[in-house]
Every structure is written in C-alpha cells, then in structure tokens.
Design a protein around this ligand. Structure first.
Ligand SMILES: *Cc1c(COP(=O)(O)O)cnc(C)c1O
Length: 395
C-alpha cells in the first residue's frame, strides 16, 4: 500500500491537479476509505513499559501529530518540496513560530515594510521585547539588501507580493545576499500558495502559509503551516514541540479536503480577478490597480519570471476619493462582503490600514481598496463594482 506513496526519493511525476487528488492520501491504511479519519486525541497508549520508556512508536501524544495532521503535512511537503512541515493554530502563529525558533536576543532581523500588519505587530511587540533589533526594508530592495545585512543579521523576512500594496520582491536575489551573510530567509507565501510560487525552489529556507486562506478556502477555519528545508527543519520542529503548538484534527481534515480542489478554485479566482482588474484599470473612477499579473504593474517582470499564476487578491485606488466617498462605495456594494481575511468563495472589500508603513506608504492619488475576488460570476461582480463606484460619485 505504501508503494503508491509519493516521497522525495520517488516523487509523483503527475501534473499538478492529478497530484492534488492524491497527495497525503493512503486509503488502504484506513480500510479503503478515500479520506483519512479525523483523530481527536491527547493520550496515545503504549503496548508496554519498554515501548513507553523509549517512546519507540510512531505516535506518542496528541500534540505531536496524528494520522490526520500527518496527512496534511505530507501533502504540504509534496507541494513545497520541504523537508518537513508543522501545523499551528493560525497563519499569524506560522509567522511568529519561525521567528522565535531562529532569533535570539541581540540578533538583527530584516522585515519587509509591506509585511502583513499583524506580523509587524508581533515583531514590534514581542521580538523587540526579546532584544531582537527589527529593521523594516523597502520591498523593492532586491540585491541591494546586501547593504543592510550585518554580522548579527539572522533572519530576512519576506512576503511577496506585499500585503495590500502588492510589491513583488526579488526573492532569488534576496536569498543570495542573505545566505552570503549567513542569514535565514523566511517567506510568507500565503498569496500565491505553493501552486503558484515555490519558495524553497527559489532559495527560501522557511515557507509560511495561512492555511486559513486558499487551502481552507471556505471561511470556516483558521490554521497555519510552516515548512522548512533540510537545514532549518530540526530547529523548527524542536521549537514547535517546546511551545506545545499543534493544529487540531477537524481543521487539518478540512484543509486537506480544501487542497483537493485548490487547483480548480485558484484557477477560477485567478481568471476572474484578472478580468476584473483589467476592467478596473480602464475605469475613470480608478486611478491605479495594484496587481502584479497586469503587464503595466511595476512588479510584473518579477512575477512573470518567478511565479506561475496569480490569485484573487489585489488592490485598487479610488481616484481622488475622500474617506467619505470610499465609505459610500463600500456600503453600496451588494455582492462584496465587508470583512477581514480572504480567499473564501465570497468576494470581500476592505480599506486596508497602511498607517504603520515607513517606506511602502499609503497612496496619495486616492483611497486604497483591497478586493478579494471570490467564486461568484465575474459579470455580476463587475456590475456590482460599477454601480458602487457611481453611487459614491466617482467616475
Ligand atoms: C491572513 C494572513 C495571515 C494570518 O493568517 P490567520 O490564519 O488569519 O492568522 C498571515 N499572512 C498573510 C499574508 C495573510 O494574509
């Protein structure tokens, strides 16, 4: 039964959508049932004292993994090409855990200025208090990051495209400079998922996902994952264990189920978002669309070089809008929900908070709106956006 198991020494060479229907699945281990069962577990019994003393069995305690969490980690390892993956209770914990795993008091940490806002809050509140010096850098720095790396720089944290402002980072160039200086590179890869960008193949050491987003895909769970290459795996799993972190079985099951349809969902999100982005780009009420897959976007060349797809989240600037008009626009939308998070089946709109930025600052040509394009029909979404822009008295 395990001969069908894809592994690093025997990788499954099928195309992506085929692999998504198989990875992490071992039906014959579970009487042939297609999906793995959900294990609700704390205690795991040992057959005798000697086995207990040596902990010489595959599962030892609920927080240290179950067949359900293993199935999901195996699937993520397959997609990421990582040496190992751990599950954590949220995407934000997936950012915090590797920071805590690799940083010590006195270290210097470079964090991209367009980082997800709660990640920045973690750095400023927790890392700073630990005596880690956090420095925010320009998302467009590229190879020039070499000039920012010091003797005590241990981590370079990347996120590409950047949260809300969607700058593309030159990940291979950053990795080269960071490794030259013996720093570890982490990447929050939530936007692209491992389907559209493979951080570890591009030199990243630790790849981070909010599984809450596309892998979950239905706005009904929160979970995160951290995947590491061979060099970083031991320290990651050690810290994960020391902190008692784990992902719960029910949510791991739902994420694994979401992964089966991730390819077809992302394909739809991608196409619909691009069509809407192009339409908005031509709209007189919109001064700019921030979407790296649009040919005019400043990050387009990097996106085209490194990524093999784009997802359904992008930004636009409502031209010369006042905050009141932007509020009116949001209130006039009927299909776009007003809410945080993204990557579910329902479209969402939000005015992101960019006030914490020191480099990748707020637009001056209007009000920034972030759109998450869900799985509705594209034409209905365009009609909704059009009427809302008009209702707000813009364009
Ligand atoms: C949502 C998000 C997270 C955090 O995920 P949660 O599960 O909501 O904590 C981290 N990074 C990025 C880029 C995100 O969009």
């Amino acid at each position: 039964m395990s001969s069908k198991k894809p592994s690093k020494s025997n990788p499954d060479k099928h195309n992506l959508n085929t692999r998504l229907t198989r990875i992490g699945n071992h039906p014959l281990d579970f009487h042939g049932f297609v999906n793995p069962p959900v294990f609700h577990a704390s205690t795991v019994l040992f057959p005798d004292y000697e086995t207990m003393r040596t902990r010489n069995q595959k599962y030892t305690y609920g927080t240290r993994g179950t067949p359900t969490s293993d199935a999901l980690c195996e699937a993520i390892d397959d997609l990421e090409g990582s040496a190992g993956t751990v599950l954590v209770p949220s995407g934000l914990t997936a950012v915090a855990l590797p920071m805590l795993a690799y940083l010590n008091s006195g270290d210097h940490c470079l964090v991209v200025d367009s980082v997800y806002e709660p990640s920045r809050n973690f750095c400023d509140r927790v890392l700073a208090r630990m005596g880690v010096e956090v420095e925010y850098y320009d998302p467009l720095v590229g190879a020039d990051i070499a000039g920012l790396i010091r003797e005590n720089t241990k981590v370079v944290f990347t996120e590409s495209p950047g949260s809300n402002t969607f700058e593309m980072q030159d990940i291979p160039a950053i990795c080269e400079a960071a490794h030259e200086g013996d720093a570890i590179v982490m990447m929050d890869n939530t936007w692209a998922t491992p389907l559209y960008f493979k951080p570890i193949d591009h030199g990243v050491d630790v790849s981070i996902h909010a599984l809450t987003k596309y892998p979950g895909g239905h706005s009904d769970l929160v979970m995160g994952s951290v995947s590491a290459n061979e060099k970083c795996w031991k320290q990651l799993i050690g810290t994960h264990g020391a902190m008692g972190l784990c992902g719960n079985g029910d949510d791991a099951y739902l994420v694994l189920r979401g992964i089966r349809t991730l390819g077809v969902r992302l394909d739809y999100h991608q196409k619909s978002a691009l069509e809407i982005a192009r339409w908005l780009d031509d709209h007189p009420g919109v001064s700019r669309v921030l979407h790296p897959a649009l040919p005019g976007d400043p990050g387009h060349e990097i996106w085209k070089r490194d990524f093999c797809g784009s997802s359904g989240l992008f930004g636009m600037v409502l031209k010369d809008a006042t905050p009141e008009q932007a509020g009116k626009f949001l209130d006039a939308l009927t299909l776009f929900g007003l809410g945080y998070s993204w990557a579910g089946y329902q479209s969402l709109a939000v005015i992101p908070n960019l006030s914490d930025r020191t480099i990748a600052k707020e637009p001056t040509d209007g009000i920034m709106i972030r759109l998450q394009i869900g799985l509705e029909d594209t034409a209905d979404l365009i009609t909704d956006l059009d009427q809302a822009i008009k209702t707000a008295g813009l364009g």
